[in-house]
Structure formats: structure tokens, C-alpha cells
Design a protein around this ligand. Structure first.
Ligand code: IFG
Length: 525
């Protein structure tokens, strides 16, 4: 090494030592944090903010909603840090050492879910236009702290946040997953657990597939046998189950408190054996079918030419709409292989009108594009691009859920313990390396309402089994829905994903340790 280089190295070391001794902290780099989804912009300033037992979370004004958001963060930080962080209200910005959440409607670019997080060595300021934006921003605060912050029991400090500014907002307004609770039933606690995980990754919709051939999972008071009989079993013959209307409302509120919308689905005219087994009059034969515990699809249909069928559907839609604050009801429409197309089309047209009459907008699988789409009907692209294209040509928005990229029940590879592979294998990289706006020339970004990753549960029946399929791929779909495509690359993402292995472990998520990810790359802090 030349003399000059040696001198420069010594000088650099001296400056670093002086910096550390002056500020008492090691330099940091906010832009190297492993945030998922990746924020729109991060500017690092190299210092750090310490959470201490003097730190509190201040919210501006007395709004109960902001206090609740502050409390959500405090409840996530206190068990592991033991710092006893409290939520307080203030008009002015608080003194140094605190976290401050406030609303300001002056930053249109942030939209309803965006936020700006400014961290200095003295303060943490989170600003958004709407409470939802604050809620998305506190997930970033959680992810900037060491992964052990997500542990349920007390961990040793220090609890440092790298300093700098994050400006962030989502690409798509609908960023969701779907849980099929019909093939295998999942109880309220499992659903709430999934909602917490969606919230951590800034997702904002959970679509619940509430009825199918194997089970009817939502109490309908005017047709009680749907759950009394139709909820009694599941794939494989297990005991099945269902949500009472009270339990469904509890799930809806839990989701709402995390700025997540529940989209309930009653699949029809196909995928209806549970209803057909519960009420003989719904069958064209007038005879009830047997309960079904297998995994075949496409063998059932409501009797589309009997008026009682529409009375049934109207009662179901009425009761479900009254329990659902979200603007959409999903009416399925997929794989109606034993419904003649000349019956399917008028059926789907009539049911759309019924949903609208009950004040909701319609979601349906992409086959509905064969019918006449009502103005706000959204086509969920899952199998046939030509159906989604038909939907766009009718002026509809498309929800992007292509089975070959986004079906969480697809096996990772031929050795996967759970899952199916009719749409192909979906390893973690394949699930990440695609762009919803680049699937079909006709389907442009402006035609897309967002992305959804469905989990069909023919092959999984417990939380752990479901998590094997959901994670880690869900993190990639969260990023596809949030982060601009031009900021995304698999090679860079997989390093951040590796660092989330520690976080998923801390949150007790039984994720699939894909060999494509170097999970041993230890968390940086
Ligand atoms: N297709 C069926 C689902 C489920 C799935 C399993 C849709 C819209 C295959 N319909 O996906 O009910 O069986 O991968």
C-alpha cells in the first residue's frame, strides 16, 4: 500500500472514530434496510434514533382513530422492547426522543395510503393524508427496527432506527390475498392471524371464499340449513365449520382496524354442492345431493330456471351485504361446466343486478366476461386471458390473479409437500418475476384495479400447512402490488427477502425455506 493510501485510510478511520465518539452511534444506512414492499424513495442521513424508556408515541389532536393507530404500534413494540411506550395526544410536535404521527392533506402524491417518514437522531415524524397512510407507515417503522422487535417476549436492546426520509405510496389500490375456507375450514383466530400478516406487508384486501362444493361457511339466517348441514364437513371428511354472523362481523372489524377490506365470495352457479345438499328445492331434480368431501370441480350447478333459486340468492346477498362494509361482493362464476352457457349468461346478468340492488359492486372470476358486465363489475383474471381481455373490451377493470404466477396453492416444485400443479410450479422467483401490466397488450395499468394471490385449500387444512404455501411468496405479491415495477428486480429483492426469514421466524410464520434464497444472510443489525 502506498504511503498516501495508508495516510488516507488512517485519516478516514480517525474521522469515523471521531464521528462515533461525538454522536455515540455507529453510522447507519436507511437505504440498506430490508423493507418489503420496497418504498418508492429512501434518503439516508447516516445517524440513528434510539427508542428508550423515555420514548412515547404522540398523535396530533384527539382523534380516536389516530390514538388507535398509535396504540397498534405501541402494542407491537412493547412486548419485545419492554420500554413501556405510551400513546399521548398533542397539538404541537412533541419534544425530542418521541414518535409523532400526524395528518396533513397537503401531499397529493401520497394518496390515501402513502406516507412520509422522517427520522432524525432526535425525532421520528410520520405524516400522511389519511389514517390508512399512517397505518402503512408504522409497518415501515417496525421493519426498520431489528427483526427481534417482532418477538413476543422481551429482547435485549438497543432499539435503533436508521435516520433519513422515506416517501412512499402504492402502485395499486387493491393488494390482496384470498383464503378458501370452503375446502378446508379455518377458524376466526387463523383468519385474524393472516390479517395481521397481510397488514405487516401493507396489503389491504382479504377475499374470503365462503362457499363451494365441500362447504358453506357463513350463517344465513333465512336459510339456516346452509351451515347446519352444508357446513358440516370439508375435503377429506373433516368436521368443517362455519362463521356465525357475529364471528364474520368480528373478522370484518379486525380487518377494518388494520385498514384491510374483506371481500366475501358466494360462488355461483357452479361450486354449489354444499347449498344443493342443504336444500332439495335448489336442485332441478328437486332432490338434495349428498355432501361432498372430494377435490373434483365443475360438477354442480344451481337450477338457473327455477324462481326459488333467485329468492335464495337474493336472501343470501341481502344478509351478506348487510354484514359487509366493503363496496364489493364476489359472486364467483367460475367452472360452471354443467351450466349451459345460454343459462349461465342470463343468470350472471340477473345476479349482478341483485348485488347492485343491495348497494354493492360485483367481483367475479373471469368467465363472467362471457355475460354482460354491469358498469362497476370487476373481472378477476385467473385462467383465461381472453376472458380478461373481453372484460376490458366491455370497459371493466381487471383484478390480476393469474394461476400460473399468483396461485398460492401451486406447488413450488415437484417435491413440495402441499399444493397442486395444474397451472405449473411456482417457485419464489417465478411468483415475483412478473408485471401485472405486462401480461397482455390489451390489459394496461389503467385497466387494472390491482393484484390478488389466492390460496385454495384442497391440500392444506391447518395454519402451518397454509403458511408453507403462502410464505414467502406472499411478500413478493405484496411488493408487486405496492412498488413501481421499475424499482423491482429479483436479484435485489431476494436479499431483502432473505432478511425477512428472521422476521417471519419472529412472527412464528412457518414459511417454506426456498433453496433460491440465501436465508443465512444474517439480519444486518
Ligand atoms: N380452480 C378453481 C378453484 C380451485 C383451484 C385450485 C378458480 C377460480 C382451481 N376455480 O380457481 O375452486 O379448485 O387450484
Amino acid at each position: 500500500m502506498t504511503k498516501t493510501k495508508f495516510k488516507n485510510l488512517a485519516l478516514g478511520g480517525f474521522i469515523l472514530a471521531a464521528f462515533v465518539s461525538q454522536t455515540g452511534c455507529k453510522p447507519t444506512d436507511l437505504s440498506k434496510e430490508n423493507l418489503i414492499p420496497k418504498p418508492v424513495s429512501v434518503v439516508a442521513t447516516g445517524s440513528s434514533f434510539d427508542l428508550t424508556d423515555q420514548t412515547d408515541i404522540y398523535v396530533q389532536g384527539e382523534a380516536a382513530e389516530l390514538i388507535q393507530i398509535g396504540q397498534f404500534l405501541a402494542d407491537k413494540l412493547n412486548p419485545s422492547t419492554g420500554l413501556g411506550i405510551e400513546v399521548k395526544t398533542t397539538i404541537e410536535a412533541p419534544g425530542p426522543g418521541n414518535i409523532f404521527l400526524s395528518l396533513s392533506g397537503t401531499d397529493a402524491e401520497l394518496g390515501n395510503e402513502g406516507y412520509e417518514l422522517t427520522i432524525t437522531d432526535k425525532s421520528v415524524n410520520l405524516v400522511a393524508n389519511q389514517p390508512a397512510g399512517l397505518f402503512r407507515g408504522i409497518q415501515s417503522i417496525r421493519q426498520i427496527l431489528p427483526s427481534r422487535v417482532e418477538m413476543a417476549d422481551k429482547q435485549k436492546g438497543p432499539w435503533k432506527l436508521a435516520t433519513g426520509t422515506i416517501r412512499d405510496y402504492p402502485s395499486y389500490g387493491y393488494r390482496g390475498s384470498m383464503l378458501d375456507v370452503a375446502r378446508h375450514f379455518f377458524g376466526v383466530e387463523d383468519v385474524k392471524n393472516l390479517i395481521d400478516q397481510l397488514a405487516y406487508y401493507k396489503m389491504n384486501v382479504l377475499h374470503l371464499h365462503l362457499s363451494d362444493d365441500q362447504g358453506w361457511r357463513i350463517e344465513i339466517k333465512s336459510w339456516p340449513n346452509l351451515t347446519a348441514h352444508g357446513g358440516k364437513t370439508e375435503v377429506g371428511g373433516g368436521e368443517g365449520g362455519f362463521y356465525t354472523q357475529e364471528q364474520y362481523s368480528d373478522i370484518v372489524k379486525y380487518a377494518q382496524d388494520r385498514y384491510i377490506t374483506i371481500v366475501p365470495e358466494i360462488d355461483m352457479p357452479g361450486h354449489t354442492n354444499a347449498a344443493l345438499a342443504s336444500y332439495a328445492e335448489l336442485n332441478c331434480s328437486g332432490k338434495a345431493t349428498e355432501l361432498y368431501t372430494g377435490r373434483e370441480v365443475g360438477f354442480s350447478t344451481l337450477c338457473t330456471n327455477k324462481e326459488v333459486t333467485y329468492k335464495f340468492i337474493d336472501d343470501v346477498i341481502r344478509e351478506l351485504a348487510a354484514l359487509t362494509p366493503g363496496e364489493y361482493l364476489h359472486i364467483g362464476g367460475d367452472e360452471s361446466h354443467v351450466t349451459k352457457i345460454e343459462d349461465y349468461i342470463p343468470f350472471m346478468n340477473r345476479v349482478q343486478d341483485m348485488v347492485i340492488a343491495h348497494g354493492k359492486k360485483v367481483f367475479a372470476w373471469d368467465e363472467i366476461a362471457l355475460a354482460t358486465l354491469k358498469p362497476n363489475t370487476v373481472v378477476q383474471y385467473w385462467a383465461k386471458a381472453e376472458n380478461a381481455v373481453k372484460g376490458v373490451e366491455q370497459g371493466a377493470k381487471v383484478l390480476i390473479s393469474p394461476a400460473k404466477y399468483a396461485y398460492l396453492d401451486m406447488q413450488y416444485d415437484s417435491t413440495s409437500t402441499y399444493g397442486l400443479h395444474w397451472a405449473g410450479y411456482v417457485e419464489v422467483d417465478k411468483g415475483y418475476n412478473w408485471d401485472p401490466a405486462n401480461l397482455e397488450p390489451t390489459i394496461k395499468k389503467e385497466n387494472i384495479i390491482g393484484i390478488e394471490a389466492p390460496l385454495w385449500t384442497e391440500t392444506v387444512g391447518t395454519r402451518e400447512e397454509a403458511e408453507y404455501l403462502i410464505f414467502p411468496r406472499l411478500l413478493g405479491y405484496a411488493e408487486i402490488g405496492w412498488t413501481p415495477t421499475e424499482l423491482r428486480s429479483w436479484d435485489e429483492y431476494k436479499i431483502r427477502l432473505a432478511n425477512h426469514g428472521e422476521r417471519m421466524k419472529a412472527m412464528k410464520i412457518s414459511f417454506y425455506p426456498s433453496k433460491l434464497v440465501n436465508w443465512d444472510a444474517k439480519d444486518k443489525k
